[in-house]
Design a protein around this ligand. Structure first.
Ligand code: PMP
Length: 448
């Protein structure tokens, strides 16, 4: 299932080679194809989560263990997709299994409080500089919706500022502007890492802005870190105008023991969390300054409400507490992210050795591949022609064929069970792929 056997590879376009790679993939996954056909009878396109789809059809999972995932067609792969960063602990981590067993033993539909809820909250507040208080919900999307609606309630202003390329959930997606499916917040759009442009927009709109929301490193737009000066400016202007600065650390909280807020030294008013902190179970949290989040104290006469049947579901509470206190300790966060720094540099040096226009961006354990001949500092950087998109899909399928699963858009995330052996194998597979495709990829830069 690779284009290795295609004739005249060097002269073909990436789009042509992609067609061949898709055919080989389809032939190598007959059982997944059948499962997909069955699923499509009751789910549109066989899909219930858009990001999991890739043409011709995604493989179907048989099981997973450690840092590996097996499909029903019998292929074993190293899981660098890592559940879009939520799989940080790896599959079936023994400490999480025993935390879940405890929840199973003690019952899980209680409609009441458990001591573990407060213990988990305390562990998070100890860990993140901005968290005086925290509240739980079920997803990153929900956490961001709550952070934004809380900001609007507290400031009594209607609008929000978001950044091009920002992703804060299914109803909070910002490309060049808000998606048509977004929650209908009045939104001021600014360019990421454009310090002076964003300062100007902030000043002009200060009177109606409740919140500025951003990821301190753009995640789904390609692991593009914020410049510290940009974050400092946002902190300064939000303080000046009493606007809530919200850091969406749903993904980036994994990049340092106290998240990117700790690494950059810029403390937001509200932080949102999600993904891996639930140990792989549904999870979201929002928290921050005591004077803001204490508005949810039910004993207050001016209390805000926050509902959610599963906010403190025992699986997430037990698993999450185990993750913060036993599994993703500050020491392990440091080691994992250091190994990601090494891997990113190694991937870049393979690309440079083949002289192809590929750039690996990111911080620590999150890495993203871009088709670009320049460093990437905003989502508009890089080559975005249809041929370049085909090249990215082709690299994705070639690496799948060589036993590596990662996000079709180029994102790679590390998990705790990975060792240098898996990284060495990825480097070899990437090198092998570039031996095959170097001529085609080089033309992407010259053809612009
Ligand atoms: N914020 C960021 C930065 C994310 O990456 C995501 C999910 N990829 C979300 C929010 C939404 O989280 P969820 O999928 O749990 O709703």
């Amino acid at each position: 299932m690779t284009v290795t056997n295609a004739t005249n590879i060097g002269n073909a376009s990436c789009a042509e080679l992609l067609g061949e790679a898709r055919n080989s993939y389809a032939q190598a996954h007959p059982l997944s194809r059948a499962a997909h056909t069955r699923a499509a009878r009751s789910m549109p396109g066989g899909n219930t989560r858009s990001v999991l789809h890739f043409p011709p059809f995604p493989f179907y999972v048989e099981r997973s263990e450690g840092c590996h995932i097996w499909d029903i067609d019998g292929h074993k792969r190293v899981d660098y997709l890592c559940e879009y960063t939520a799989g940080l602990c790896g599959h079936r981590h023994p400490v999480i299994l025993s935390a879940i067993n405890e929840a199973l033993e003690r019952g899980w539909v209680n409609g009441a409080q458990h001591e573990i809820d407060g213990m988990f909250a305390a562990a998070l507040c100890d860990r993140f500089p901005s968290l005086d208080r925290v509240r739980f919900c079920n997803s990153g999307t929900e956490a961001n919706m709550m952070a934004l609606t809380t900001s609007r309630a507290v400031t009594e202003r209607p609008a929000i500022m978001a950044f091009k390329g920002g992703y804060h959930g299914g109803v909070l997606l910002f490309k060049d502007g808000p998606s048509v499916q977004n929650a209908p917040f009045e939104t001021v759009m600014a360019d990421y890492n454009d310090t002076e442009g964003a300062r100007k927009l902030l000043t002009e709109n200060a009177g109606r802005l409740a919140a500025v929301i951003l990821e301190p490193m753009l995640g789904s737009a390609g692991c593009i870190p914020a410049e510290t000066g940009f974050l400092r400016m946002l902190r300064e202007e939000c303080t000046r105008h009493d606007i809530m600065l919200i850091f969406d650390e749903v993904m980036t909280s994994r990049l340092a023991p106290g998240g990117l807020q700790e690494m950059t030294g810029v403390t937001p008013d509200i932080t949102t969390l999600g993904k891996y902190f639930g140990g792989g179970f549904s999870f979201g949290a929002f928290g921050g300054r005591a004077d803001v989040i204490d508005r949810f104290d039910p004993d207050r006469p001016d209390a805000l409400t926050h509902a959610g049947t599963f906010n403190n579901n025992p699986f997430t509470m037990h698993a999450g507490h185990a993750v913060v206190t036993q599994v993703y300790t500050p020491g392990r966060a440091a080691t994992l992210n250091a190994s990601g720094e090494v891997l990113r540099k190694r991937l870049q040096s393979v690309a440079d050795r083949h002289a192809v226009p590929l750039v690996f961006s990111g911080v620590g354990s999150m890495i993203c591949l871009h088709i670009s001949d320049h460093p990437v500092s905003s989502p508009s950087c890089g080559i975005h022609t249809p041929e370049a998109e085909a090249a990215k899909s082709l690299i994705h399928l070639e690496l799948l064929a060589r036993g590596f699963y990662f996000a079709p858009r180029g994102m790679i995330a590390l998990s705790l069970p990975m060792t240098k052996a898996e990284h060495d194998q990825l480097i070899d597979a990437f090198d092998d792929t570039l031996h095959l495709l170097a001529a085609n990829l080089t033309r992407l830069a010259t053809a612009r």
